[in-house]
Design a protein around this ligand. Structure first.
Ligand SMILES: [Cu+2]
Length: 358
Protein backbone atom coordinates (compact mmCIF):
# COMPACT_ATOMS: atom_id res chain seq x y z
CA UNK A 1 0.00 0.00 0.00
CA UNK A 2 1.43 3.35 -1.02
CA UNK A 3 1.26 6.23 1.36
CA UNK A 4 -1.29 8.66 0.03
CA UNK A 5 -0.05 12.17 -0.46
CA UNK A 6 -2.55 13.66 1.94
CA UNK A 7 -0.58 12.11 4.77
CA UNK A 8 2.34 14.33 4.16
CA UNK A 9 0.56 17.41 2.96
CA UNK A 10 -1.37 19.64 5.22
CA UNK A 11 -2.97 22.52 3.46
CA UNK A 12 -4.35 25.35 5.47
CA UNK A 13 -5.82 27.18 2.55
CA UNK A 14 -8.81 28.72 4.14
CA UNK A 15 -8.65 32.43 3.56
CA UNK A 16 -10.85 34.47 5.79
CA UNK A 17 -13.03 35.65 2.96
CA UNK A 18 -16.36 34.86 4.55
CA UNK A 19 -17.83 37.45 6.82
CA UNK A 20 -20.17 36.94 9.70
CA UNK A 21 -23.79 36.99 8.67
CA UNK A 22 -25.99 39.65 10.17
CA UNK A 23 -27.65 37.63 12.84
CA UNK A 24 -31.39 37.62 13.24
CA UNK A 25 -31.08 35.56 16.34
CA UNK A 26 -34.03 36.86 18.25
CA UNK A 27 -35.47 33.57 19.45
CA UNK A 28 -39.23 33.55 19.25
CA UNK A 29 -39.87 30.17 20.75
CA UNK A 30 -38.91 28.10 23.77
CA UNK A 31 -36.66 25.08 23.74
CA UNK A 32 -38.58 21.83 23.49
CA UNK A 33 -39.16 19.83 26.63
CA UNK A 34 -37.95 16.23 26.95
CA UNK A 35 -35.47 16.11 24.09
CA UNK A 36 -34.35 12.65 23.06
CA UNK A 37 -30.64 12.03 23.53
CA UNK A 38 -28.38 10.65 20.83
CA UNK A 39 -25.38 8.71 22.15
CA UNK A 40 -22.17 7.38 20.72
CA UNK A 41 -22.20 3.80 19.50
CA UNK A 42 -19.33 2.88 21.80
CA UNK A 43 -21.23 4.06 24.86
CA UNK A 44 -24.40 2.05 24.22
CA UNK A 45 -25.32 -1.04 26.20
CA UNK A 46 -25.25 -4.20 24.11
CA UNK A 47 -29.04 -4.48 24.40
CA UNK A 48 -29.37 -0.99 22.89
CA UNK A 49 -26.98 -1.90 20.11
CA UNK A 50 -29.00 -4.98 19.31
CA UNK A 51 -32.22 -2.98 19.29
CA UNK A 52 -30.78 -0.51 16.81
CA UNK A 53 -29.36 -3.23 14.53
CA UNK A 54 -32.74 -4.97 14.57
CA UNK A 55 -34.48 -1.72 13.65
CA UNK A 56 -32.15 -1.28 10.67
CA UNK A 57 -32.88 -4.86 9.61
CA UNK A 58 -36.58 -4.10 9.94
CA UNK A 59 -36.26 -1.14 7.62
CA UNK A 60 -34.41 -3.31 5.10
CA UNK A 61 -37.25 -5.84 5.30
CA UNK A 62 -40.04 -3.29 4.98
CA UNK A 63 -41.63 -2.69 1.55
CA UNK A 64 -40.62 0.51 -0.24
CA UNK A 65 -42.78 3.57 -0.81
CA UNK A 66 -40.73 5.07 -3.61
CA UNK A 67 -40.43 2.08 -5.95
CA UNK A 68 -42.42 3.92 -8.62
CA UNK A 69 -39.49 6.31 -9.04
CA UNK A 70 -36.61 3.89 -9.57
CA UNK A 71 -36.38 0.19 -10.42
CA UNK A 72 -33.57 -0.27 -7.90
CA UNK A 73 -35.77 0.76 -4.96
CA UNK A 74 -37.15 -2.44 -3.44
CA UNK A 75 -37.39 -1.71 0.28
CA UNK A 76 -37.61 1.12 2.81
CA UNK A 77 -33.83 1.18 3.29
CA UNK A 78 -33.43 1.82 -0.41
CA UNK A 79 -36.03 4.63 -0.26
CA UNK A 80 -33.43 6.49 1.77
CA UNK A 81 -30.46 5.55 -0.41
CA UNK A 82 -32.29 6.74 -3.50
CA UNK A 83 -33.44 9.94 -1.79
CA UNK A 84 -29.78 10.80 -1.24
CA UNK A 85 -28.72 9.54 -4.66
CA UNK A 86 -31.25 11.61 -6.61
CA UNK A 87 -29.98 14.93 -5.31
CA UNK A 88 -26.35 14.13 -4.55
CA UNK A 89 -24.73 16.88 -6.65
CA UNK A 90 -26.86 19.61 -5.09
CA UNK A 91 -26.49 18.77 -1.37
CA UNK A 92 -22.72 18.46 -1.00
CA UNK A 93 -20.21 21.27 -1.10
CA UNK A 94 -23.06 23.72 -0.52
CA UNK A 95 -24.21 25.94 2.33
CA UNK A 96 -27.11 23.62 3.11
CA UNK A 97 -24.98 20.47 3.37
CA UNK A 98 -25.38 20.41 7.15
CA UNK A 99 -29.11 21.34 7.31
CA UNK A 100 -30.06 18.89 4.53
CA UNK A 101 -28.31 15.97 6.20
CA UNK A 102 -29.81 16.93 9.55
CA UNK A 103 -33.25 16.74 7.97
CA UNK A 104 -32.37 13.41 6.36
CA UNK A 105 -31.32 11.98 9.74
CA UNK A 106 -34.51 13.29 11.32
CA UNK A 107 -36.70 11.41 8.85
CA UNK A 108 -34.55 8.29 9.08
CA UNK A 109 -34.89 8.24 12.85
CA UNK A 110 -38.62 8.91 12.62
CA UNK A 111 -39.14 5.95 10.28
CA UNK A 112 -37.11 3.63 12.52
CA UNK A 113 -39.32 4.59 15.41
CA UNK A 114 -42.72 4.82 13.75
CA UNK A 115 -42.48 1.99 11.25
CA UNK A 116 -40.09 -0.35 13.03
CA UNK A 117 -41.05 0.16 16.65
CA UNK A 118 -37.59 1.35 17.60
CA UNK A 119 -37.64 3.13 20.92
CA UNK A 120 -34.13 4.56 20.96
CA UNK A 121 -32.37 7.37 19.11
CA UNK A 122 -29.93 7.16 16.25
CA UNK A 123 -26.41 6.62 17.51
CA UNK A 124 -23.37 8.53 16.36
CA UNK A 125 -19.81 7.48 15.61
CA UNK A 126 -17.39 9.32 17.87
CA UNK A 127 -14.67 9.27 15.25
CA UNK A 128 -11.97 10.69 17.48
CA UNK A 129 -12.24 7.66 19.77
CA UNK A 130 -11.06 5.48 16.89
CA UNK A 131 -8.17 7.66 15.84
CA UNK A 132 -5.45 5.19 16.78
CA UNK A 133 -6.97 2.03 15.34
CA UNK A 134 -10.05 2.28 13.17
CA UNK A 135 -10.13 -1.49 12.67
CA UNK A 136 -10.74 -1.92 16.39
CA UNK A 137 -13.76 0.40 16.38
CA UNK A 138 -16.85 -0.87 18.19
CA UNK A 139 -18.73 0.25 15.06
CA UNK A 140 -17.08 -2.64 13.18
CA UNK A 141 -17.82 -5.24 15.82
CA UNK A 142 -19.09 -8.45 14.27
CA UNK A 143 -21.76 -9.04 16.88
CA UNK A 144 -22.61 -5.69 18.45
CA UNK A 145 -21.68 -3.58 15.47
CA UNK A 146 -21.96 -3.43 11.71
CA UNK A 147 -19.33 -6.01 10.79
CA UNK A 148 -15.83 -5.28 9.62
CA UNK A 149 -13.86 -4.88 6.44
CA UNK A 150 -14.82 -6.07 2.99
CA UNK A 151 -13.19 -9.19 1.57
CA UNK A 152 -9.84 -8.51 -0.04
CA UNK A 153 -10.21 -7.57 -3.68
CA UNK A 154 -6.87 -6.80 -5.30
CA UNK A 155 -8.62 -4.99 -8.15
CA UNK A 156 -10.45 -2.57 -5.87
CA UNK A 157 -8.75 0.80 -6.04
CA UNK A 158 -9.83 3.40 -3.53
CA UNK A 159 -11.18 6.32 -5.57
CA UNK A 160 -9.47 9.73 -5.46
CA UNK A 161 -6.22 8.28 -4.15
CA UNK A 162 -5.99 5.18 -6.37
CA UNK A 163 -4.45 2.80 -3.92
CA UNK A 164 -5.37 -0.72 -2.93
CA UNK A 165 -5.91 -1.64 0.70
CA UNK A 166 -6.90 -4.73 2.66
CA UNK A 167 -10.54 -4.93 1.62
CA UNK A 168 -12.60 -3.73 -1.31
CA UNK A 169 -15.12 -6.58 -1.57
CA UNK A 170 -18.35 -7.46 0.19
CA UNK A 171 -18.75 -7.15 3.97
CA UNK A 172 -17.59 -10.53 5.26
CA UNK A 173 -19.10 -10.76 8.71
CA UNK A 174 -21.58 -9.29 11.15
CA UNK A 175 -25.30 -8.58 10.88
CA UNK A 176 -25.07 -7.08 7.37
CA UNK A 177 -22.88 -9.72 5.80
CA UNK A 178 -25.57 -10.75 3.32
CA UNK A 179 -27.15 -7.37 2.78
CA UNK A 180 -28.24 -7.07 -0.83
CA UNK A 181 -28.64 -3.63 -2.38
CA UNK A 182 -30.63 -3.17 -5.56
CA UNK A 183 -29.45 0.27 -6.63
CA UNK A 184 -26.34 0.77 -8.74
CA UNK A 185 -23.38 3.00 -8.05
CA UNK A 186 -23.16 6.72 -8.78
CA UNK A 187 -26.38 7.94 -10.37
CA UNK A 188 -27.45 4.50 -11.59
CA UNK A 189 -30.78 3.62 -9.97
CA UNK A 190 -31.59 0.67 -12.22
CA UNK A 191 -32.36 -2.70 -10.64
CA UNK A 192 -29.41 -4.92 -9.71
CA UNK A 193 -28.34 -7.22 -6.94
CA UNK A 194 -25.12 -6.40 -5.21
CA UNK A 195 -23.48 -6.36 -1.82
CA UNK A 196 -22.15 -3.49 0.28
CA UNK A 197 -18.38 -3.16 0.03
CA UNK A 198 -15.79 -1.70 2.40
CA UNK A 199 -12.10 -1.01 1.99
CA UNK A 200 -11.08 0.35 5.37
CA UNK A 201 -7.88 2.38 5.65
CA UNK A 202 -6.24 3.82 8.72
CA UNK A 203 -4.57 6.90 7.22
CA UNK A 204 -7.57 9.29 7.10
CA UNK A 205 -8.51 8.28 10.65
CA UNK A 206 -4.99 8.95 11.91
CA UNK A 207 -4.91 12.35 10.28
CA UNK A 208 -8.48 13.66 10.67
CA UNK A 209 -10.33 11.58 13.24
CA UNK A 210 -9.05 13.31 16.32
CA UNK A 211 -9.89 15.88 18.95
CA UNK A 212 -7.53 18.39 17.41
CA UNK A 213 -9.37 18.28 14.12
CA UNK A 214 -12.73 18.53 15.84
CA UNK A 215 -11.56 21.47 17.95
CA UNK A 216 -9.94 23.11 14.97
CA UNK A 217 -13.32 23.19 13.20
CA UNK A 218 -15.18 24.23 16.35
CA UNK A 219 -12.83 27.15 16.86
CA UNK A 220 -13.86 28.94 13.68
CA UNK A 221 -16.23 31.79 14.45
CA UNK A 222 -18.07 31.85 11.12
CA UNK A 223 -20.43 29.21 9.79
CA UNK A 224 -18.87 29.57 6.37
CA UNK A 225 -15.47 28.32 7.40
CA UNK A 226 -16.62 25.98 10.14
CA UNK A 227 -19.03 24.15 7.82
CA UNK A 228 -16.49 23.79 5.04
CA UNK A 229 -13.81 22.53 7.40
CA UNK A 230 -16.17 19.95 8.87
CA UNK A 231 -17.46 18.69 5.53
CA UNK A 232 -14.16 18.89 3.69
CA UNK A 233 -13.72 21.15 0.74
CA UNK A 234 -14.23 18.57 -1.95
CA UNK A 235 -10.58 17.95 -2.57
CA UNK A 236 -10.21 14.32 -1.60
CA UNK A 237 -6.43 14.48 -1.44
CA UNK A 238 -5.84 17.47 0.82
CA UNK A 239 -8.60 18.92 2.94
CA UNK A 240 -10.78 16.01 3.88
CA UNK A 241 -12.29 17.32 7.08
CA UNK A 242 -13.92 14.87 9.47
CA UNK A 243 -16.81 14.18 7.11
CA UNK A 244 -14.89 13.32 3.97
CA UNK A 245 -12.25 11.56 6.06
CA UNK A 246 -15.06 9.47 7.54
CA UNK A 247 -16.24 8.37 4.13
CA UNK A 248 -12.72 7.74 2.92
CA UNK A 249 -11.58 5.69 5.90
CA UNK A 250 -14.45 3.21 5.42
CA UNK A 251 -14.40 3.41 1.61
CA UNK A 252 -16.22 0.93 -0.60
CA UNK A 253 -19.86 2.02 -0.77
CA UNK A 254 -19.14 4.78 1.73
CA UNK A 255 -16.87 6.42 -0.82
CA UNK A 256 -19.57 6.50 -3.46
CA UNK A 257 -20.95 9.94 -2.74
CA UNK A 258 -24.29 9.04 -4.34
CA UNK A 259 -25.26 5.80 -2.66
CA UNK A 260 -23.19 5.86 0.53
CA UNK A 261 -26.33 5.57 2.73
CA UNK A 262 -26.44 1.91 1.68
CA UNK A 263 -23.84 1.14 4.35
CA UNK A 264 -25.51 1.44 7.77
CA UNK A 265 -22.42 3.19 9.15
CA UNK A 266 -23.34 6.21 6.98
CA UNK A 267 -25.93 7.25 9.55
CA UNK A 268 -23.48 6.97 12.45
CA UNK A 269 -20.90 9.06 10.66
CA UNK A 270 -23.46 11.72 9.81
CA UNK A 271 -24.70 11.63 13.38
CA UNK A 272 -21.22 12.69 14.43
CA UNK A 273 -21.05 15.48 11.87
CA UNK A 274 -24.43 16.71 13.08
CA UNK A 275 -23.27 16.47 16.70
CA UNK A 276 -20.21 18.61 16.01
CA UNK A 277 -22.39 21.18 14.23
CA UNK A 278 -24.79 21.25 17.19
CA UNK A 279 -21.84 21.70 19.55
CA UNK A 280 -20.58 24.61 17.47
CA UNK A 281 -24.06 26.15 17.39
CA UNK A 282 -24.44 25.87 21.13
CA UNK A 283 -21.10 27.50 21.84
CA UNK A 284 -22.44 31.05 21.34
CA UNK A 285 -25.93 32.45 20.88
CA UNK A 286 -25.03 34.16 17.61
CA UNK A 287 -24.05 30.79 16.13
CA UNK A 288 -27.32 28.99 16.69
CA UNK A 289 -28.94 30.43 13.58
CA UNK A 290 -25.81 31.25 11.62
CA UNK A 291 -25.88 29.85 8.09
CA UNK A 292 -24.35 30.79 4.77
CA UNK A 293 -22.15 29.65 1.86
CA UNK A 294 -23.34 29.32 -1.73
CA UNK A 295 -26.37 27.33 -2.88
CA UNK A 296 -24.30 26.25 -5.86
CA UNK A 297 -21.82 23.46 -5.16
CA UNK A 298 -18.10 23.98 -4.84
CA UNK A 299 -17.65 20.65 -6.59
CA UNK A 300 -17.69 20.46 -10.38
CA UNK A 301 -21.09 19.43 -11.75
CA UNK A 302 -22.56 19.48 -15.23
CA UNK A 303 -23.30 22.90 -16.70
CA UNK A 304 -26.86 21.83 -17.43
CA UNK A 305 -27.50 21.02 -13.80
CA UNK A 306 -25.63 24.07 -12.57
CA UNK A 307 -27.91 26.31 -14.60
CA UNK A 308 -30.92 25.01 -12.66
CA UNK A 309 -29.45 25.98 -9.29
CA UNK A 310 -29.94 29.55 -8.09
CA UNK A 311 -27.00 31.77 -7.35
CA UNK A 312 -26.60 33.36 -3.96
CA UNK A 313 -26.05 32.09 -0.47
CA UNK A 314 -28.07 29.85 1.78
CA UNK A 315 -30.16 31.81 4.25
CA UNK A 316 -32.62 30.81 6.93
CA UNK A 317 -35.35 31.10 4.28
CA UNK A 318 -33.71 28.72 1.86
CA UNK A 319 -36.07 25.78 1.38
CA UNK A 320 -34.79 22.22 1.66
CA UNK A 321 -36.73 19.00 1.15
CA UNK A 322 -36.35 15.24 0.84
CA UNK A 323 -38.25 14.91 -2.41
CA UNK A 324 -40.95 12.23 -2.52
CA UNK A 325 -39.61 10.62 0.68
CA UNK A 326 -41.56 13.15 2.71
CA UNK A 327 -43.21 15.48 0.17
CA UNK A 328 -44.50 18.79 1.46
CA UNK A 329 -44.33 17.62 5.07
CA UNK A 330 -40.58 18.20 5.09
CA UNK A 331 -40.34 20.93 2.51
CA UNK A 332 -39.21 23.57 4.95
CA UNK A 333 -36.99 26.60 5.36
CA UNK A 334 -33.55 25.91 6.81
CA UNK A 335 -34.59 27.94 9.87
CA UNK A 336 -36.75 25.09 11.12
CA UNK A 337 -33.87 22.60 11.44
CA UNK A 338 -31.27 24.94 12.81
CA UNK A 339 -31.83 24.21 16.47
CA UNK A 340 -31.88 20.54 17.54
CA UNK A 341 -33.80 21.78 20.59
CA UNK A 342 -36.54 23.20 18.42
CA UNK A 343 -36.26 26.97 18.78
CA UNK A 344 -36.65 29.14 15.69
CA UNK A 345 -35.84 32.76 14.95
CA UNK A 346 -38.72 35.19 15.16
CA UNK A 347 -41.18 34.91 12.30
CA UNK A 348 -40.81 31.20 11.54
CA UNK A 349 -43.14 28.28 12.13
CA UNK A 350 -42.15 26.08 15.00
CA UNK A 351 -38.97 24.06 14.96
CA UNK A 352 -39.02 20.50 13.72
CA UNK A 353 -36.53 18.94 16.10
CA UNK A 354 -36.22 17.96 19.73
CA UNK A 355 -33.00 16.13 20.49
CA UNK A 356 -29.65 16.61 22.10
CA UNK A 357 -26.29 14.85 22.07
CA UNK A 358 -24.58 13.16 24.97
CU1 LIG B 1 -24.57 13.12 1.74
Amino acid sequence: MHLPSFLTTLVLGFAATASARPSSTCVASKKCTNPTVRKSWGSLATSDKTAYINAVKCMINTPPKLNEYAAGVTNRWEDFIWTHQRVMPTIHGVGHFLPWHRLFLFEYERVLRVECGYEGTIPYWDQKADNADIFASPVFDTEFGFGGNGAFDPTALIPFINITADGGGCIQDGPFKDLTIHLGYNNDSSYQERCITRNIIQAPASRWWNAQEENNALAHPTYEIFAELLEGNGNFTFDLGMHNAGHMAVAGDMLDTWVSPGDPVFYLLHGNIDRIWAKWQQSASAKLFAVGNPIRPRLPISDGLLATIPEGNVTLDYVIDLGPLAGDRLKIPVARVMDPMGTVPKGYKKGLLCYDYE
